[in-house]
Design a binder for this molecule. Sequence first.
Ligand code: HSE
Length: 293
Amino acid sequence: MTARHRLVRVPASSANLGPGYDAMAAAVSLYLDLEVEETGEFSLDPGGLDVSTGRENLVVRAFESLHSADGIAFRLRSEIPLARGLGSSAAAIVAGLFAADHLFELALTREEMLVRASELEGHPDNVAAAIYGGFVVCGAGEGGAPLAARFDPPDGLEGIVVIPPEEVSTKLAREAIPAEIPLADAVANVSSAALLVLGLRSADLDLVSRGLADAIHQPRRRGLYPRSMEIVDAAGELGALGATISGAGPTVLAWTTWQEAGNVAAALEERCAGWAEVRRLPFTPQGADVPEL
Ligand code: HSE
C-alpha cells in the first residue's frame, strides 16, 4: 500500500479588527505548512520552532481529536511568529484538523471544522479566518455553536504589521477583560463594528477608518502592550487609515491603501526602529488549503 502523504497550508490571522472582540478577524499572508505522512512511527519535526515535539503539541492534539496519530510523521514549517497576536495557535489547530481530515478522508465540512477548532482554541475568530480566509464575522448558531460569515478583502486595502519582540500571553490578556462592561462601551463597539463591515463591503475606506475604534479590549489591555498602543494612537499621524491591536497583541495592524502603503511602512519603520519589525502583510481571501503534492 502506498503511504498516504498530505500537505496543509494555513494562513495567519488578525483577530478583533478593533471593535470585533472575539467576533471578527481577517486572514493575512503568512503561512504555516504542515506535512503529514504515514511512516509507521510517530514523529514531529518542529522546523526550528520552539514548540513541543510530543503528542501534547497543539497540531497533534487537534489531529488526534479526529484520529490517532500513531504511525504518522508530522513536519511543521511556519512563518507565523508565536504569541504575538497573529493566530499561530489557531493555524496549528486548523492544520492538525485538516491534516487528519484529508489523510483519513473524513470529509468534515468547514462548518464542522469551525466548531471543533473553536472548542480547542476557546474562541472562534482566529480559527474562522484560518479556515475560511478573507474577512470573517463570527456568531452563534443552533445551541450556541459557532458559525462564521466570510467575505473577500476589498480592493485597495492593505495591512502593515508592527511585530514587537515581546510576547503577550493570550490567557493573561483574556483575564484583563471583565465579565461585564459599561453599556456605553458596548454601544460604541456595536456602532464601530457596523461601520467597519459597511466600509469593508462597500470598499469605502473612510468608513473603514471610522470603524476601527475599540472601547472594549484595547483600553483594558493597554498595560500589557503600552508601546503598541502608542502606535495605535499615532496611526493617523503616520498616514494610516487607523490601526488595531492584532488579537491579544502585541502586534499592531496598521490599515492603509495600496497607494499609501509604502509611505506608511516607511513612517512606521522610522517610528519603530530598534524595537519592532515592520512588514507589509496583504489580507488574503484564501483559507486553509490542501495543495497537491
Ligand atoms: N479575540 C481573541 C482575544 C483573540 O483578543 O483574546 C486572541 O487570540
